[in-house]
Ligand binder design. Structure first.
Ligand SMILES: C[S@@+](CC[C@H](N)C(=O)[O-])C[C@H]1O[C@@H](n2cnc3c(N)ncnc32)[C@H](O)[C@@H]1O
Ligand code: SF4
Length: 445
């Protein structure tokens, strides 16, 4: 299957490797502007008239140590009381939002992200889930998922993992990034292979239906030779899904990334080769390439969603589309309700202060206009299905340069991304972005 390794002429690679959004939203976050929480209330009232289910996201920002590559919204913390106080405010927020609806709304997806949601204690997990149960109606077949740091699960021999299963969580994703100790040392994330593998087997034993793993390419000291060892070992485990992210280098936002010396990072060409070789290993191991950066076994719901064209993309990356409207809880979280984005205060103190005085902590947002809605649909179609309907969206962008360069192929009624175009799908999507150039982003590779 060596032919699955895609080779790109270095000159084209440099030309295509632009700083472009990952399109987890459209318009992207730099377009959000200060918004009154009343706008959010109005959208809740309008949504209230429908019977659509909701998707919920809850952000737990705390991490005990900072991984040098991290681009997430994190609060470095070792004080348990700080986390307990945060939960009190989170409960308040959940209650206040739920009270705005006239009935207990159906929820088809609940996702815990971070930071490190598994920094919550067993008691905190129980209380938080009871709180969601009290204020929302979690559907029997709801997807309840969480991002797990295996380092927080190792010491108790799987006790917390068993509790999550009991509480109804059915999908878990483990942060791993790379199994190589040299890379781990360089990013200050020490996580032995034993920690990762034993947590994985414990999750299998407990019967979780969906087990994912997060990997990153482009980290310091990664080479093709060493990274394929990580890829081969993980393929052996038969994870349901592998998220394979390009290292998003954004030191102007995440100061700690500056502690990674540039000289230790693979060059753009090497980074692309690491991606391409690992991709070949995943595909040879029976995984299907989904969207931009996911690989999944045919039995996984993401693969089914991809085949059925129900795959979608939100702030957590690729997802199965169970509910279009999402409410975000917790500091910095982003929701999407009635064609509008809403973001909570990014600062922990501000988030808590707003709730203390009885306000919802929504600070920024964006109400999409008709043109934004069409472009958002077009970008979702490209990012998720690698194609675009000519009649519906063709007039929104001139894609002829992409066709000429071999990234898109023109068919009678649509444009379809070529295998090469799929690797640069952010670039293809960006031609439909009316705000391109407004905001600083990480590079495609
Ligand atoms: C919130 S973390 C996962 C949970 C937990 N904090 C952990 O690290 O195990 C979400 C994922 O985002 C990815 N990530 C974080 N920073 C990134 C960056 N700068 N570029 C690409 N991916 C990144 C990592 O793969 C990480 O596992
Ligand atoms: S990668 Fe995960 S554990 Fe590391 S700092 Fe980021 S959120 Fe925390």
């Amino acid at each position: 299957m060596k032919n699955d390794v895609i080779h790109v002429n270095p000159e084209l690679l440099f030309r295509w490797n632009k700083a472009i959004p990952r399109y987890t939203s459209y318009p992207t976050a730099p377009q959000f502007h200060p918004i009154e929480s009343e706008v959010f209330q109005e959208k809740i009232s309008s949504f209230d008239k429908s019977v659509k289910p909701l998707s919920l996201y809850v952000h737990i920002p705390f991490c005990k140590t900072m991984c040098l590559f991290c681009g997430c919204s994190v609060v470095l913390n070792r004080k348990p009381e700080r986390q307990s106080l945060y939960l009190e405010y989170l409960f308040k927020e959940i209650e206040q939002v739920a009270r705005s609806f006239s009935s207990r709304r159906d929820v088809s997806q609940l996702h815990f992200g971070g930071g490190t949601p598994t920094s919550l204690t067993e008691d905190q997990f129980e209380k938080l889930m009871a709180h969601f149960d009290k204020h929302f109606h979690l559907l029997a077949n709801a997807e309840i998922s969480i991002e797990i740091d295996p380092r927080t699960f190792y010491a108790d021999k799987g006790g917390k993992l068993a509790l999550l299963k009991k509480l109804g969580f059915n999908r878990v994703s483990f942060g791993v990034q790379d199994l190589d100790p040299i890379v781990q040392e360089a990013v200050r994330r020490r996580q032995s292979e034993e920690m990762t593998v034993s947590t994985y087997y414990k999750a299998r034993e407990l019967g979780f239906d969906g087990i994912n793993i997060d990997l990153i390419y482009g980290l310091p000291h990664q080479t093709v030779e060493r990274f394929v060892k990580t890829a081969d070992r993980l393929v052996e485990l038969r994870l349901d899904r592998i998220a394979f992210y390009s290292y998003a280098k954004v030191p102007w936002i995440k100061e700690h990334q500056k502690a990674i010396p540039d000289a230790t990072l693979p060059s753009t060409y090497e980074k692309f080769q690491i991606y391409s070789e690992a991709r070949a290993r995943f595909m040879e191991g029976g995984y299907t390439a989904i969207g931009m950066d996911h690989f999944s076994l045919a039995s996984d719901t993401l693969a089914t969603a991809y085949l059925n064209k129900t795959l979608t993309r939100n702030f957590q990356g690729y997802s199965i589309a169970l509910a279009e409207d999402m409410i975000g809880f917790g500091v910095s979280s982003i929701g999407f309700l009635e064609n509008s984005y809403f973001q909570n205060a990014k600062d922990l103190t501000l988030y808590q202060e707003q709730l203390k005085i009885g306000n919802l902590p929504v600070m920024r947002g964006y109400v999409l206009n008709e043109d934004d809605i069409r472009r958002r649909e077009a970008i979702l179609s490209i990012m998720c299905h690698f194609q675009i309907d000519k009649l519906k969206y063709g007039h929104l962008a001139d894609v002829s340069p992409l066709v000429a360069e071999g990234l898109l192929e023109e068919e009678v009624d649509r444009y379809v991304a070529t295998p090469l175009g799929r690797l640069f799908i952010r670039l293809v999507a960006s031609s439909f972005d009316a705000y391109l150039g407004k905001g600083q982003f990480s590079k495609v590779v």
